[in-house]
Design a protein around this ligand. Structure first.
Ligand SMILES: [Zn+2]
Length: 234
């Protein structure tokens, strides 16, 4: 494993670093992984690298089933294997996730609607936010946490935000890593802060708000409100 001393690209701390695949390698079944070129990596410290297996599995079983062709069947098989090997995760997944056909700007598609228990929701958000933090470093060359905080973003919060987000997503610019299995774009919304949209496997869209530290005070977001919205952010 490659090692060096330096500043962790995810948390900024100076430490002994190892090269970590981000998004995690485990998101890809080996059959797909072997057909991809170089996978995106970050240099990360031990706390940012360790104990990610469970989080990575939570992300995988939620994100995986929404993949589209040509990845769909291989990923579905791999998700089934993960769930067979982890009964607690399977129980949680069965109890809290359902799939529905929804209308989006790109047409009708199936989407996973999940309402996870708070501890699992936190794990999921931490897992996907980690991907966004890695891509932020890729784009800007500094760790996101130096100036910003990240949370999952509800684009439907207001019609104005929704329309600003749609405009930003049309404009891009979109970049991609891992042979087009992941597309992402960072953008500033006129009446809000920065957002990051990550599209996984051409179907799953994750949208994050990246706001300067102190945003809660600036936007008058109370801790009580955050509690109500949970770790999904605002
Ligand atoms: Zn770190």
């Amino acid at each position: 494993m490659k090692r060096k001393t330096g500043n962790c690209q995810l948390c900024g701390e100076e430490a002994e670093l190892t090269k970590d695949h981000l998004p995690q390698k485990g998101l890809y079944p080996s059959s797909i992984r072997s057909s991809l070129g170089n996978l995106n990596t970050v240099w990360a410290c031990a706390p940012c690298n360790n104990s990610q297996n469970l989080i990575d599995e939570v992300v995988k079983v939620i994100v995986g089933p929404m993949a589209t062709a040509p990845w769909k069947s291989e990923i579905e098989k791999s998700v089934s294997r993960t769930l067979e090997n982890n009964h607690k995760l399977k129980k949680m997944f069965d109890e809290h996730t359902r799939f529905e056909v929804i209308d989006t700007a790109q047409g009708r598609r199936e989407a996973g609607i999940f309402k996870l228990p708070p501890d699992k929701a936190k794990q999921f958000v931490a897992g996907v936010a980690r991907i966004a933090k890695g891509l932020f470093f890729q784009q800007y060359g500094v760790p996101l946490v130096e100036k910003y905080e990240i949370s999952l973003f509800h684009p439907q919060a207001t019609d104005e935000l929704q329309s600003e987000l749609e405009t930003a997503m049309m404009k891009g610019p979109w970049k991609s890593v891992n042979d087009g299995t992941i597309h992402y774009c960072f953008s500033r919304l006129p009446s809000y802060g920065m957002v990051c949209v990550i599209n996984l496997f051409e179907n799953v869209e994750l949208c994050f708000s990246i706001l300067e530290k102190g945003w809660r005070e600036k936007y008058g977001i109370s801790n009580a409100l955050l509690e109500e919205y949970g770790p999904y952010g605002i």
